[in-house]
Design a protein around this ligand. Structure first.
Ligand code: FAD
Length: 455
């Protein structure tokens, strides 16, 4: 029997271990708890949800709802356990975290092919045994150092600073305009500019400075990098700081009012399909309602629909587009693929459900590889396929852009062709298309080959 090592008994590691074991592989699962815990963990068991107890929306109009429904098609192991541990939460799937962790621990214990070894792994095991590294956003310091030694310090991040992403359709283009700085004309360009007059700017800054923020965990007291300070930290340095930083109006001209704006928030295209835009320089710790309220004071964003909210938190993740190959294996500093596969939040997906999905994705790849089958990639039309492409930076409008962790969003999935539908009908059609493709993938009738990816 072929043997696989999995490091990290969190969400991705447990899901991947169970998938591998079901496929007849022997799994050595390493988890450092209960001997050693990350600063966010409280329970002793496997698969601990460290903060909220929610697997988010169940609605098919929501990309995370689709991701979960795809998991049922894929016979995911953790989602049915979450459904067993469910507590009432309206349209969302929330669980009792102790019950969930105990159910996962029980399921792992039942599986004869899994040997659970409760110890910390301190060095990256680069040898002939395929290894899945799934140690999560708070990977232990010794192993993080070993990872840095392997891929290079500039390829591992310890914090993320994320700007919100909004739906292209929700930007009010009667107020915003497309233009690049210093561009002669007023129609072309890569950026959408959201102008503010002096009064609007002052009101925005005033609200930004007093908006409610997420409370940081003690271990998160951030050492911010100057290049990606939260927007409220910049605003606190002085009312004009943003106007000399990301909101600078220089080189821009507002064709709607025939004047130079007082300040401008720029929006940068996020995905290759042009479905989403990133609020440049707006990484923030504001709470979600406050992000909607405060960014909504920018006239062009009054009705903005958010695909991802901003955040700044402690998070260990690699620069996946540059350090992973198409099988999600780590490459060394000379670009040679190793036997170490990555899964979970450490790849740059964000969220409980996405981390479980990344466990399924990598297990599928590894099972095929060990069975000497060619690499099968989840179809682009599915949420799992979208996450895989996000990990490798294949959906980014600009491939050179840095890799930023993300939840699953509809912008990761190609839009529908043909006549434009209303939002709800569009989502329903995308959902149905994805489930059909996922069923076909499971039946072996539909997948993307490595050549088709154009890596
Ligand atoms: C503070 C914080 C709060 C978060 N809150 C949420 C939230 O509310 N909702 C949400 O959807 N997402 C949240 N996330 C994001 C993320 O999705 C979860 O952390 C998720 O659990 C990640 O899954 P994972 O499998 O990648 O890692 P984890 O679930 O963290 O699993 C990694 C496992 O590896 C173990 N480990 C680490 N190092 C070693 C080692 N060297 N040797 C052996 N074992 C090791 C850990 O003990 C852990 O059990 C949060 C993240 C953080 C850091």
């Amino acid at each position: 029997v072929k043997e696989v090592r999995v490091i990290g008994g969190g969400l991705a590691g447990c899901e991947a271990s169970l998938q591998l074991a079901k496929a007849g592989l022997k799994v050595l699962l390493f988890e450092m708890k209960p001997h050693k815990k990350t600063p966010a963990q409280k329970l002793d068991g496997l698969a601990e949800l460290v903060c909220s107890n929610s697997f988010r929306s169940n609605q098919t109009a929501n990309a995370v709802g689709l991701l979960k429904d795809e998991m049922l098609v894929l016979k995911g192991e953790l989602l049915p356990l979450a459904l067993k541990a469910q507590v009432p939460a309206g349209d969302s799937l929330a669980v009792d975290r102790q019950v969930f962790s105990a159910l996962v621990e029980g399921r792992i214990a039942q599986e004869k092919n899994i040997v659970l070894i409760k110890e910390e792994v301190t060095t990256l095991p680069v040898d002939d045994t395929p290894t899945i590294l799934a140690t999560g956003p708070l990977t232990s310091p010794a192993l993080s150092q070993s990872l840095v030694d392997f891929i290079g310090a500039e390829r591992l991040a310890f914090y993320d600073a994320i700007s919100p992403i909004i739906e292209a359709d929700s930007i009010d283009m009667t107020k915003a305009f497309i233009q690049s700085r210093w561009q002669a004309g007023t129609t072309g360009g890569d950026y959408i500019n959201c102008p503010l007059n002096q009064e609007e700017y002052q009101s925005f800054i005033g609200e930004l400075k007093t908006a409610q923020q997420f409370k940081a965990h003690d271990f998160e007291e951030a050492q911010y990098f100057e290049g990606c300070l939260p927007i409220e930290v910049m605003a606190a340095r002085g009312d004009e700081t943003l106007r000399y930083g990301p909101f600078k109006p220089v080189g821009l001209f507002n064709p709607h009012s025939d004047e130079r704006p007082h300040a401008v928030l720029q929006l940068r295209k996020e995905d290759v399909f042009g479905q989403s835009y990133n609020l440049v320089g707006c990484q923030t710790r504001m709470t979600i309602p406050e992000q909607k309220r405060v960014f909504g004071l920018i006239p062009a964003l009054a009705e903005a629909k958010y695909l991802r909210f901003g955040s700044v938190h402690r998070n260990t993740y690699v620069d996946s587009p540059r350090v992973l190959d198409s099988s999600l294996r780590l490459k060394d500093q000379q670009g040679r693929s190793s036997n170490i596969y990555l899964a979970g939040q450490i790849t740059g997906v964000e969220g409980y459900v996405e981390s479980i999905a990344a466990g399924i994705i990598v297990a599928t790849i590894l099972i095929d590889y060990l069975n000497q089958k060619p690499l099968r990639i989840f179809p682009a039309e599915t949420a799992h396929g979208g996450l895989y492409r996000h990990i490798l930076g294949l959906n980014l409008a600009d491939a050179a852009r840095s890799h930023v962790p993300s939840n699953v969003t509809w912008a990761m999935i190609p839009p529908l062709l043909g006549k434009k539908k209303q939002r709800a009908a569009r989502r329903q059609a995308l959902y149905e298309r994805a489930i059909l493709h996922m069923k076909a993938f499971v039946a072996g009738e539909c997948s993307t080959s490595e050549d088709e990816l154009n890596l």
